[in-house]
Ligand binder design. Structure first.
Ligand code: AOF
Ligand code: ZN
Length: 346
């Protein structure tokens, strides 16, 4: 039996064209094959609110009788911003639907496949399920846990150190690696940093949405980070600060002189920020560890030794090896002379 692996890979590739533009919706690509397996049409969900991938691919064909539709996510059967894809698939005469994963959205979850099956359409799948879930890992977490997806990006020496004492990791890795960071940032709804990093490095951190944890409101608007984007500044709830056109100030509770991260994340989810890339120093990285889903660890072939610099997760203290946070390696990539290790939470 044909397994549709290559066609599903093509769906994933098509889906990625829209990376950064679909949140809170998933990344979806679709290909339509004739009875001989030749690709007749392709489509993707290009932007939030626009056609779903299936509709985009089907709308290019007058007749899809006896065709096979391949899509990385179970077709939807609900009326959202767009009408149900299942209705169009049935109407166009599709014979077989190959899917990558079930939709975690409770409005769809299994019901889409059932509707197609009830209409006499053959269902094949899940195909490349692991890859499809990874593609939409933030979407899955949002729908199953109602929390934003959290990733940390860090750049260290071989011995896991951020070279400068002040928490700066700006110059450890090469420009090739730093270029890749722009691509990683684009996958996330917002990037998050701390007032210490803003004050130490004055980074611009170009992005649509930026979050700064600044408990005592130590940063001022002259720092580069404030020059661009939509910004959310979280501070101790005992202060208050008026919003500006692009900057919102949000007070949250403080525990042991630290902003309560859970409150920060709940507020961000309410605002509609579904995925966050943390780019900060070792202290904040450490505090975020219990909430983290993924780590992008760039490693430069350098050793700083014990007196220089702090660990990239310095904010995390444990007494016993059994208290370690466990991760699994998802991918490794080389940006010579540096490497990138991508881990996901076990
Ligand atoms: C997408 N793109 O290609 C597919 C989706 O409000 P709507 O109509 O855009 O519906 C969003 C839901 O539709 C989404 O949560 C997911 O369950 C389902 N499938 N969504 O944005 C697509 N196939
Ligand atoms: Zn749909």
């Amino acid at each position: 039996m044909k397994k549709y692996i290559n066609e599903m890979k093509k769906c994933i590739k098509l889906a990625k064209i829209a990376q950064g533009n679909t949140s809170p919706n998933p990344l979806v690509g679709c290909v339509i094959l004739n009875s001989k397996g030749k690709i007749l049409s392709t489509g993707c969900h290009i932007r939030y609110g626009e056609y779903h991938a299936e509709r985009s691919a089907l709308s290019k064909l007058d007749d899809a009788k006896d065709c096979t539709l391949v899509v990385n996510l179970e077709p939807c059967c609900h009326h959202g911003k767009t009408p149900p894809c299942t209705d169009l698939i049935i109407e166009k005469g599709i014979k077989r639907v190959v899917y990558g994963m079930k939709d975690p959205n409770p409005l769809v979850s299994g019901k889409g496949l059932q509707k197609l099956q009830d209409a006499g359409i053959e269902i094949v799948g899940p195909v490349l399920e692991k890859e499809c879930i990874e593609l939409n890992e933030a979407f899955v977490k949002n729908h199953t846990e109602h929390k934003p997806f959290i990733a940390i990006k860090t750049a260290t020496t071989i011995d896991g150190k951020i070279a400068c004492k002040n928490g700066s990791s700006k110059w450890i890795t090469s420009s090739k690696a730093r270029n890749q960071v722009k691509y990683i940032r684009n996958k996330y709804d917002a990037i998050l940093t701390s007032s210490s990093t803003v004050i130490a490095d004055n980074p611009a951190m170009l992005h649509k949405k930026k979050i700064i944890l600044d408990r005592e409101l130590k940063t001022d608007l002259n720092f580069e980070i404030y020059n661009q984007g939509e910004i959310y500044v979280f501070h101790d709830e005992k202060f208050s600060h008026p919003d500006t056109e692009n900057i919102k100030f949000i007070g949250v509770p403080v525990n042991k002189e630290k902003l309560d991260i859970e409150s920060v994340l709940n507020k961000l989810y309410e605002i509609g920020i579904m995925s966050i890339l943390v780019e900060a120093g070792g202290k904040l990285n450490g505090s975020f560890l219990p909430f983290v889903d993924k780590i992008y660890q760039f490693i430069a072939p350098k050793i700083s030794g014990d007196n220089q610099g702090i660990s990239c997760f310095a904010g995390r203290r444990i007494n016993n090896i059994s208290e370690c946070e466990d991760f699994v390696l998802q991918h490794s990539e080389i940006y010579s002379p540096d490497i990138l290790l991508i881990f996901s939470k076990k």
